[in-house]
Design a protein around this ligand. Structure first.
Ligand code: RB5
Length: 143
């Protein structure tokens, strides 16, 4: 189950992503927002982060204008590894190396065509399970 969240800057791209996931019969829960009216991105980042922490969802996709604020917020939550991606190489690498569980994108940064390729890459790339990556990920949680 994929958790989706956005602010007004990511709303239109989230609609495109929902259509794309529907076509592929990928299940998701949309945690808002629900339109173009200005809202606060941390609210939606927190909903998605909590959905993953609770196990309700296994991955998330977060979109704001830049993807920056929403990923900064999500990364404050224990166990959340949100990767801001604007290209497929990064989306693949962050799954292989970081086992990222949240994809963040900027709705004002990437066009829908590229964004959908990034989503597919992120959702279809498994974690490498390499010992060195497991070790590095475990080091992320401690200061
Ligand atoms: C909203 O205008 C904008 O600040 C937000 O979408 C995001 O880009 C923040 O990082």
């Amino acid at each position: 189950m994929i958790a989706l969240g956005c602010d007004h800057g990511g709303f239109e791209l989230k609609q495109e992503i929902k259509k794309h996931l529907d076509e592929q019969k990928v299940k998701y829960i949309d945690y808002g927002c629900d339109g173009l009216e200005a809202v606060d991105y941390p609210v939606y980042a927190k909903k998605v982060a909590r959905a993953i922490q609770s196990g309700e969802c296994d991955k998330g996709i977060l979109i704001c204008g830049t993807g920056i604020g929403i990923s900064i917020t999500a990364n404050k939550f224990k166990g959340i590894r949100a990767a801001l991606c604007s290209d497929c190489f990064s989306a693949e690498a962050t799954r292989l190396h970081n086992d990222a569980n949240v994809l963040a994108m900027g709705g004002r940064v990437v066009g829908a065509g590229l964004a959908l390729k990034i989503v597919d890459t992120f959702l279809n790339t498994p974690f490498s399970n390499d010992e060195r990556h497991i070790r590095r990920i475990s080091q992320i949680e401690t200061e």
